[in-house]
Structure formats: structure tokens, C-alpha cells
Design a protein around this ligand. Structure first.
Ligand SMILES: Nc1ncnc2c1ncn2[C@@H]1O[C@H](COP(=O)(O)OP(=O)(O)OP(=O)(O)O)[C@@H](O)[C@H]1O
Ligand SMILES: [Mg+2]
Length: 532
């Protein structure tokens, strides 16, 4: 972070020009409002005039915001526990200022932005105009159409695939889709990384607290976003990465943007390029990675107990089910790519813990799948092998017909490690032994059915391995779901019995009536008609 640290004063200063990462054009407007950028274009003014939103001059807006926020945000904010405290002073509720800021634009979810590859419009060299305007009047400006062609193409969206592989008339393009896709990726990445001619968005929008991890592709920092006061994990790639890792960095952005939100997938907020670095803003998982937890366990000579192992397996299966059902595979499932969130207890007014009664599945620890750098499509795979220790044999053999089952294989080995298995081999006899369907030795007594499930998950035949969906319903992991089936059967039997008893009672009543009032008297019909 050396190159980011040379302007400490700037980092410490609170910046109110940002309206949030989820609005690309917002950040452009905000800069305008603080007179950091040249005057707005006349087109922008036109848009502003036609906009139904109140016409508050931008300059005025920032002044209002500054005057209202001065009271509760210290300009010399430091990374200390008091930070969140001072930020949450009730006298200036955030929503008041936020409403003002909404003048800039409405928030966009990462999903909405998927078509833009999650990149800031300015970073894409688009002119300072509203996206709304751009959408309503496509090609109004020849410059626009030129710039529009420089928008990244997300290969994980079906539409992008269609455009990549087919002509508008529906005919398949002459060149193979895959090299062309790689070409797109490389070109768009070059363009993305060139777009660095601006004040550091990272410095402007985030207060860096600490470095929380170093990986193959760069470093991860725990940061507070100045505007919303929430903590995020900011992943920053090394500069001048070679082509292949750069493509993986972009892939991670594409995958996150397409996947949207799931409780068992690390949440993505934004991504941008800055001085040859790719920066990804993700949810911060306060428990670190599962790998961190395993290292801690190893130091203490402990391992996860059976109940926690099942929890890991169940929750990660839920995340995988979501990824696979979205037509994607992760291909790098391993402890360092599974993240842990400890739910923080919220005390109610009476000092009691509040529990959300609607939250049927509410464990204290949530496991989430992260690091989507190897994600690829199931139907059009661009396979970049993940960690060899967790790699299924068929992937090494370049057989890609059962890609989701490679994630299942890696998940079983991840759980075996969490159960206390020795570090996995990168190759050699033991590597092959595991690929023959042998679970590595586990130094704790686990139920036979659980071990059998792990064995099935690393079956040499990928088709034999359970799917993520099957795992989420498996009786070993969800004994209650088996019980529910049992209860339903019992209930059906009871219903049957009741129906039989009712009809028997009706028959008995009819007989009684017939005996008391012989049909010949004609009284029977009258009584029956009266609804006896
Ligand atoms: N969202 C997050 N919340 C908390 N910690 C994180 C988060 N993302 C990453 N980290 C920390 O940073 C480390 C490296 O992150 P990440 O896996 O994304 O990078 P990487 O370059 O792919 O590393 P690796 O090659 O080890 O997988 C993790 O092991 C973890 O300790
Ligand atoms: Mg990783």
C-alpha cells in the first residue's frame, strides 16, 4: 500500500462527495459538487432540468450536506473502536443527508450494473451524463456509441454469451466462441486498467483499518466506508499482473456481479480499477477464513466437532446449490476460500437478546463461499484449475461434463481437513489414493453414515457424487427433514383413520334411523330431509 499511503491527510479527511458505491454516475456528480472536476457538461444540465427530482444546485447540496454532517463526523477520524460510536450519534440521522444525496441518482444494485461489468462510468471513459439519459437516447451522440463499445462484456450473463457466439440473425459466428471470449476479456481488462486518471476512489471513499490477508493475487484490507460507516473487505490486486491472473481478477468481478446475493456467498458491493490495480469491495467476514480457523485449531491441537462439520458441509452446500443453479461452478473450493461470519448478538432495550422468529435457519456462525476468481460457466467452461490438493481427477484429465461435481469433491476434502485430517498432498501416491475414493484419515470418531457421505462425495465417478441440492436435503445433515417426512406419513395415516371412523359412524347412524323409523311409515325420508 506504499503508493496509497503518501497522502495520509487525505485518507483521514472525511469526504462527503461520495453517495455510495452503488451509483456510478453519483460519484461523477459528487465530484462536480465539490468542484474537484471541470464544470458539468451542458448535456448533464439538460438532463438535470428534465429530471423529475428537485432542482437543487449541486454546489448548494454539498454545502447542506457538509453543514449537517459536521456535527457528527470527526474530520480527524482514526481507526479506533470509538469510530462507529461517533458515527452513529442519533442527532443527525443519516437518512436526512442521504435523501439530499439522492439527487445524484437512485442506487443501483450490483445486479443492475452487471451489464457494465460493475465499473464506474468515468472509469469506462463515458461522458458525464446520466445512464438514464444514455439509455433513453442511445446513439444520440456519435462519441457515445464509440464509448459504449468499450463497456466490458460479462461472459457469465446469457445475453453476453449470445452476443459473443451468435450473429444478430441467430447464426453462429465463424470463429470459436472461446478464443473470442478470451479476446474480449483481455481487451476489456486492458481498457479497465487504463482508466486510472483520477483521484483515488479508495482513498476518497474508504478509511483503511488493517491488512487482513495476502493472497496469490494481492492483498485484502479491512476498511470503513466513509459514507455509510460500515466495514468492508477491499481486495486489491497486485499491479501489472500477468495476463492469466488479470483475467481471473476480472472473472471474479463478473461472477460476483451475476450471482447477486445469497447468505452463503460472500457479498459483493463494487469493483473498479485504479493505477493498474483491480479493486473489489466485498462484505467483510468478521471470522476470517476457514483456513485461519484451521491454523488456530492446529496450534491448539483441536479440530471441529461433528456438529460443526455438518454445519460447514450443509451451509457451503447451500452456497454451492445457488452457484450451480445459476449455471456456474466455483472450481476453487478450499478452506482459504470459505469465510466465517460470527453473528453479533443484538441487545434489545431490556438488555435481552433479540431473536428473529421468522429466521428459521439462524446459526450463530455463517459460512460463506468467497474468492470467485476461478468461477466459470457450466455450459461454456473456461477452466482454470484451482488448488491441486482439492482438484478432482476428471478436471486434471480435462473432462468437464460434470463440473459441479468437482466442487462437491473439493468440499468433502475441505470438511475432512476441518475434521482434523493431515495436510493434503499436491501429488504422488496419496493424491491418487484419495482420487480412488478413499477419505484421508480423520483423527476423531465420526458416525459411519457421515463418513460414508464424505466417501460418496469423492467417488471416482463424478456422476455418483451427490449434487449440492441433494446435500442440502441429506438426512445426515438435515435429520429434521427426515423427521418431517416421517411426521407427514404419520399424519396421513391418522387422516385415513379419521375418515374411516367418520364413514363408519355415518353408516351406524343410518342403521339406527332405519330401525327407529321403518321406511314404510315414510318418516325416514322426512327425517333425512330435515338433516338429521
Ligand atoms: N471478505 C473477507 N472477509 C474477511 N477476510 C477476508 C475476506 N476476503 C479475504 N480475506 C482474507 O484475505 C485472505 C486472502 O483473500 P483471497 O482468498 O480473496 O485472496 P487470494 O489472492 O485468492 O488468496 P488465496 O490464493 O489464498 O486464495 C483470506 O485468506 C482471508 O484471510
Ligand atoms: Mg483465495
Amino acid at each position: 500500500m506504499d503508493d496509497w499511503d503518501n497522502n495520509n491527510e487525505f485518507i483521514q479527511r472525511l469526504d462527503f462527495s461520495s453517495c455510495g458505491e452503488e451509483s456510478e454516475e453519483r460519484s461523477v456528480n459528487e465530484e462536480d459538487s465539490l468542484s474537484l472536476s471541470p464544470p458539468r457538461s451542458s448535456e448533464f444540465q439538460k438532463w438535470q432540468e428534465s429530471s423529475p427530482l428537485p432542482k437543487t444546485p449541486q454546489r448548494k447540496l454539498s454545502e447542506i450536506f457538509l453543514s449537517r454532517t459536521k456535527a457528527w463526523m470527526s474530520p480527524t477520524l482514526k481507526s479506533s473502536p470509538s469510530v462507529s460510536k461517533s458515527w452513529s450519534k442519533p442527532e443527525t440521522p443519516l437518512h436526512i443527508t442521504w435523501k439530499k444525496l439522492q439527487l445524484c441518482d437512485t442506487p443501483h444494485t450490483p445486479k443492475v450494473r452487471a451489464g457494465l461489468g460493475g465499473l464506474c462510468r468515468r472509469e469506462m471513459h463515458l461522458p458525464s451524463r446520466s445512464l438514464r439519459h444514455l439509455r433513453l437516447t442511445p446513439r444520440a451522440d456519435p462519441e457515445d456509441s464509440c464509448h459504449a463499445s468499450l463497456v466490458n462484456i460479462n461472459p457469465f450473463t446469457p445475453e453476453s454469451y449470445r452476443q459473443t457466439l451468435f450473429h444478430p440473425n441467430g447464426k453462429r459466428k465463424a470463429t470459436s466462441g472461446l478464443p473470442q471470449l478470451l479476446f474480449y476479456l483481455e481487451e476489456s481488462l486492458k481498457y479497465t486498467l487504463k482508466a486510472s486518471n483520477m483521484v483515488s476512489r479508495y482513498k476518497k471513499e474508504f478509511l483503511e483499518l488493517e491488512k487482513i490477508g495476502v493472497g496469490e493475487f494481492g492483498s485484502v484490507y479491512k476498511c470503513i466506508k466513509r459514507l455509510d460507516g460500515c466495514v468492508y473487505a477491499i481486495k486489491r490486486s497486485k499491479s501489472f499482473l500477468p495476463v492469466s491472473p488479470r483475467q481471473l481478477a476480472l472473472r471474479e468481478v463478473y461472477a460476483h456481479a451475476v450471482l447477486g446475493h445469497h447468505p452463503h456467498v460472500v457479498r459483493y458491493y463494487s469493483a473498479w480499477a485504479e493505477d493498474d490495480h483491480m479493486i473489489i469491495q466485498n462484505e467483510h467476514c468478521n471470522g476470517g477464513s476457514l483456513q485461519d480457523a484451521l491454523l488456530e485449531n492446529a496450534k491448539l491441537g483441536q479440530y471441529f466437532p461433528e456438529a460443526e462439520l455438518k454445519e460447514i458441509l450443509l451451509q457451503v452446500s447451500m452456497g454451492l446449490k445457488y452457484i450451480h443453479n445459476s449455471g456456474l461452478v466455483h472450481l476453487d473450493i478450499k478452506p482459504s476460500n470459505i469465510f466465517i461470519c460470527h453473528k453479533l448478538a443484538v441487545s434489545g432495550p431490556a438488555g435481552q437478546e433479540e431473536s428473529d422468529s421468522e429466521d428459521e435457519f439462524s446459526p450463530g456462525v455463517v459460512y460463506k463461499i468467497g474468492d470467485l476468481g476461478h468461477v466459470t460457466s457450466i455450459t461454456n467452461p473456461q477452466v482454470e484449475e484451482g488448488d491441486r490438493r482439492f482438484l478432482a481427477n476428471e478436471i486434471l484429465q480435462e473432462q468437464y461434463c460434470y463440473l459441479p461435481k468437482a466442487d462437491i469433491f473439493a468440499l468433502a476434502l475441505t470438511v475432512a481437513l476441518a475434521a482434523g485430517a493431515a495436510p493434503l498432498p499436491h501429488n504422488g501416491a496419496l493424491w491418487h489414493h484419495i482420487r480412488k475414493g478413499n477419505v484421508p484419515p480423520i483423527p476423531q470418531k465420526l458416525p459411519h453414515r457421515f463418513l460414508e457421505l464424505l466417501k460418496l462425495m469423492i467417488h471416482p465417478e463424478p456422476a455418483q457424487r451427490p449434487s449440492a441440492t441433494a446435500l442440502t436435503k441429506h438426512p445426515v445433515l438435515r435429520p429434521s427433514s427426515g423427521k418431517a417426512v416421517q411426521l407427514q406419513e404419520q399424519l396421513n395415516m391418522e387422516k385415513c383413520k379419521t375418515a374411516m371412523l367418520e364413514s363408519a359412524a355415518l353408516l351406524g347412524r343410518e342403521r339406527l334411523v332405519t330401525r327407529s323409523f321403518p321406511a314404510s311409515t315414510g318418516l325416514f325420508d322426512d327425517v333425512a330431509r330435515a338433516g338429521f
